[in-house]
Design a protein around this ligand. Structure first.
Ligand code: ATP
Ligand code: MG
Length: 267
């Protein structure tokens, strides 16, 4: 019998413990040899919002899975231009791993969508599908709709982890805690890069608002003073909500101190 390779696709914006528990449960319940995480590519909108750059999502997935010898991460979709489709990814993985049986791991909701595609048989011919039931999901509804008609679809119940990337992004934006919802390294990465909270406001050289530059958004963290080490708006720290957005042009003004950079704060 060939290798049993799990494939876990997702936006992973960011990856969280719900994803990791799902992959681990699939590994154990379906006796898989390994699970390959496949973050989706760029650029596209998801449910009307902008998705974080693929490189950040890829790196967070690497960080989150690094400690598990049976988990690995693929750049396949990240490196591909334009939108990617599950069927293409599975075809490529089948070619790359001719000795392996593929098990595509997905949420039951996403599985129902796949089964409603124009040609579900094509995608089902490429892999087994493991549909994880997410917290609060109506399993009876799923089984009635799908599983009984498709022998290659299995339902897997997982410990209820009511975590979503949407909620994590919202928490970061509001300055609320995400510890224990994502691995510690992912939390550190989000803070270091300033994901989900800091926006670059205006290009360097464009005039910022007068005064503090914070405007009505300056109430939280607006008192942070710019340090000499912060010289670029691209290199922002996640420790506060402020970033230098533009310094007024320096004119030769003898005896006058150079003007401070203008800071702007996101909410
Ligand atoms: P978003 O809120 O941005 O939609 P998400 O948390 O749903 O993000 P995705 O990257 O969209 O995460 O999901 C990847 C896969 O993981 C999907 O198949 C999804 O159904 C599944 N999944 C997401 N969250 C959980 C969870 N808490 N438990 C089990 N499976 C999950
Ligand atoms: Mg989702």
């Amino acid at each position: 019998m060939g290798r049993r390779l799990g494939v876990m696709g997702g936006t992973f914006d960011p990856i969280h413990y719900g994803h990791l528990v799902t992959a681990e449960e699939a590994l154990v319940q379906f006796a898989l040899d390994s699970v390959l995480f496949v973050p989706t590519g760029q650029p596209w909108m998801k449910e009307g919002r902008e998705v974080s750059p693929a490189e950040h999502r890829y790196l967070m997935t690497v960080i989150a899975t690094a400690s598990n010898p049976r988990f690995s991460v693929s750049r396949m979709e990240v490196d591909r231009q334009g939108p990617t489709y599950t069927v293409e990814t599975l075809q490529a993985l089948a070619e790359e791993n001719p000795d392996a049986e593929l098990y595509f791991i997905t949420g039951a909701d996403a599985m129902l969508e796949i089964l409603h595609w124009k040609d579900p048989e094509e995608v089902l011919s490429l892999a087994h599908f493991i549909a994880a039931t997410r917290p609060g999901y109506d399993l009876a509804h799923f089984e009635a709709e799908a599983a009984s008609h498709h022998p290659k679809v299995s339902v897997m119940t997982i410990p209820a982890l009511a975590i979503s990337s949407t909620d994590i992004r919202q928490r970061v934006k509001e300055g609320r805690a995400i510890r224990y919802l994502v691995p510690e390294g992912v939390k550190s990465y989000i803070e270091k890069v300033g994901l989900y909270r800091l926006r670059r406001v205006g290009a360097v050289g464009s005039p910022g608002p007068a005064g503090t530059g914070a405007g009505e958004r300056g109430s939280r963290g607006g008192s942070a003073s710019p340090s000499g080490s912060r010289s670029s708006s691209a290199e922002v720290s996640g420790s506060d909500r402020c970033s230098p957005v533009a310094a007024p042009p320096r004119r030769p003004r003898p005896r006058a101190a150079p003007p401070p950079p203008v800071w702007s704060c996101s909410t």
